[in-house]
Write a protein that binds this ligand. Structure first.
Ligand SMILES: *[C@@H]1O[C@H](CO)[C@@H](O)[C@H](O)[C@H]1NC(C)=O
Ligand SMILES: *[C@@H]1O[C@H](CO)[C@@H](O)[C@H](O)[C@H]1NC(C)=O
Ligand SMILES: *[C@@H]1O[C@H](CO)[C@@H](O)[C@H](O)[C@H]1NC(C)=O
Ligand SMILES: *[C@@H]1O[C@H](CO)[C@@H](O)[C@H](O)[C@H]1NC(C)=O
Length: 510
């Protein structure tokens, strides 16, 4: 720029380096099986001992999503997050991807990391994939991540990284830990995964060229089963009654405390690498907690793997300088499929050509500026393979024996078996609370209708009083159903067992 006046040079420099022209770094932290009542800022209102001071502070500085929905189980939430599409449009309607099952999130989806990469981002992923690995082309680093370090399966030991189909069958046991650069690795054997992923995140931040925007998808193992924690975290949880299930709960709460520490250390690492001021941080859960494995969703009904609010109402918040809105809570309806278009707008990126049509909507102005949300409806799912409630029974064009749910405005309609056992689960550590007195039996019924705004805990089935609303929502379900693709759910394949792959889980059908 020889000969260019200094004032112009300064101007060019300022424009190039100002926040306005720079794309944000995006760090997306996904917690696993964390219940609605397992974060400090909900726990305080609902008799839970979950204590997450750091997460609470971050959420308070950012914007909390308090009408935020995810899917009831792991693979479907992750699939919707990365594709921006409902399960009925990707064939992922049924269950999670089981380890020996030859399927994956279909390749015609252009995933969020690929979208961001095409727009100039360096893209990294750490932790749980759970979107299929039977062939090489389904691996995370073939789907848009420049680097990946983590486990491909849905759950494993926090120290050994071993996952078994049957513990008694050695062939079915193996390590799931893979580095996109060096392949299968056993080098993390014995390292608790909280320490592991913080260490790996720090390496990514320190090696990052600060002139490029970075995307890190950090899909944590915490706080999914198995319930394992170093004793130093247990000492942070107050003692309560000593029944067997309380021991599980107490260990789980210690894992929640480890999760809080991870988030804290990750932000410290971002600050140390000088990336924090330009970082947009998203925190989200993937589904409700499991009461039998320590999680708690009180006062919401149901749990993971159900279409009750306890299965699908998520914890979420966004933090960063790009967030302008005050007060710091949004009660607009937001769904996990919205992240792809929302983060693309935050990054000022255009969707890649060839992106199939999305079900997610761009909520960036709602999250960052508090403008009214763009979503009034969520298809929670239609799963024709879920256990049916009775014989097929058609009403308004929809078979109500099938597991399905839709939210439209304040109304929610559930058909077929909702999943889990239709109950409410008070936190085991509470001495004063809790008993619901619902006008609503926990037996299965083909149709239930709730006004979620007035009755968020699903205590009053209004389907008898509002038959026209039932019909209207059934018609909507039938319309969605007409756009559904067939479910992909192949048989388990024993050839996948790690015994024939040197003791590691990985692609077996190339
Ligand atoms: C909202 O944000 C401000 C400024 O960051 C903070 O002081 C306040 O505590 C937050 N409010 C809530 C309800 O978290
Ligand atoms: C977080 O950082 C503290 C202080 O350096 C350290 O003692 C702790 O082990 C770290 N925890 C994790 C999970 O990284
Ligand atoms: C969805 O559509 C398919 C194909 O028309 C039909 O066989 C099925 O019964 C419908 N499902 C429900 C729940 O109505
Ligand atoms: C991983 O390392 C542990 C400890 O050295 C060892 O017992 C185990 O067999 C190794 N597993 C594999 C798959 O190499």
């Amino acid at each position: 720029m020889k000969g260019v006046p200094l004032v112009l040079k300064t101007l060019v420099f300022l424009v190039m380096h100002s926040n306005a022209s720079r794309k944000p770094h995006i760090v997306y932290i996904l917690a696993d099986d964390l219940g609605f009542n397992d974060v400090g800022y909900h726990a305080r209102e609902h008799e839970s001992l979950a204590y997450t001071p750091f997460i609470d502070r971050l959420a308070g500085e950012g914007v909390r999503l308090e009408n935020y929905y995810v899917q009831p189980i792991c693979s479907p939430t992750r699939g919707q997050l990365l594709s921006g599409r409902y399960q009925i449009h990707t064939g992922m309607q049924h269950e999670v991807i089981h380890r020996p099952q030859p399927r994956g999130l279909p390749l015609d989806n252009i995933l969020l990391p690929e979208q961001l990469r095409q727009c100039g981002y360096k893209t990294h992923m750490l932790g749980k994939w759970h979107l299929g690995f039977y062939k090489d082309e389904y691996l995370p680093w073939k789907r848009g991540f420049d680097t990946y370090f983590g486990y491909l399966v849905g759950a494993e030991d926090y120290y050994t990284k071993v996952a078994c189909m049957k513990k008694t069958h050695r062939e079915s046991c193996g390590v799931s830990m893979v580095d996109s650069q060096f392949g299968d690795t056993n080098s993390t054997w014995g390292e608790y995964s909280a320490d592991l992923y913080v260490r790996k995140a720090r390496e990514i931040f320190q090696n990052h060229d600060p002139d490029k925007p970075m995307f890190l998808y950090l899909a944590l193992q915490h706080v999914h089963a198995p319930i394992q924690v170093p004793s130093k975290y247990l000492t942070r949880v107050p003692r309560f009654r000593h029944k067997k299930k309380d021991k599980i709960r107490r260990t789980y709460l210690a894992m929640v405390s480890a999760l809080d520490e991870m988030v804290k250390n990750i932000t410290t690492a971002l600050k140390e690498a000088n990336l924090w001021d330009d970082t947009l941080l998203v925190f989200s859960t993937d589904n409700g907690g499991r009461p039998d494995r320590g999680g708690n969703n009180w006062p919401l009904r149901g749990a993971k793997n159900s279409l009750w609010e306890g299965g699908i109402r998520g914890i979420g918040f966004v933090h960063g300088n790009l967030i302008e809105q005050k007060p710091n809570i949004t009660r607009d309806l937001i769904h996990v499929s919205d992240w792809l278009p929302t983060l693309m707008t935050a990054a000022r990126c255009k969707l890649a050509s060839g992106t199939p049509s999305l079900d997610g909507v761009d909520q960036w102005n709602t999250i960052s500026k508090g403008l009214p949300g763009k979503r009034t409806e969520i298809l929670h799912n239609i799963d024709p393979l879920f256990e049916k409630i009775s014989k097929p029974e058609l009403r308004s064009g929809f078979d109500t024996s099938v597991h399905a749910a839709i939210r439209s405005g304040k109304w929610k309609l559930i058909t077929g078996k909702a999943g889990y056992d239709n109950s409410w689960f008070p936190p085991p550590e509470s001495t004063k609370c809790c008993r619901m007195k619902p006008n609503e039996p926990t037996a299965d019924k083909p149709i239930r209708l709730f006004n979620i705004v007035e009755d968020p805990y699903e205590e009053n089935d209004l389907s008898e009083s509002y038959p026209q609303m039932v019909d209207l929502l059934l018609e909507k379900l039938a319309e969605y159903n007409a756009t559904a693709v067939p479910v992909i759910f192949p048989k388990m394949d024993r050839k996948a067992y790690p015994g024939s792959r040197g003791g590691f889980w990985g692609p077996w059908k190339n």
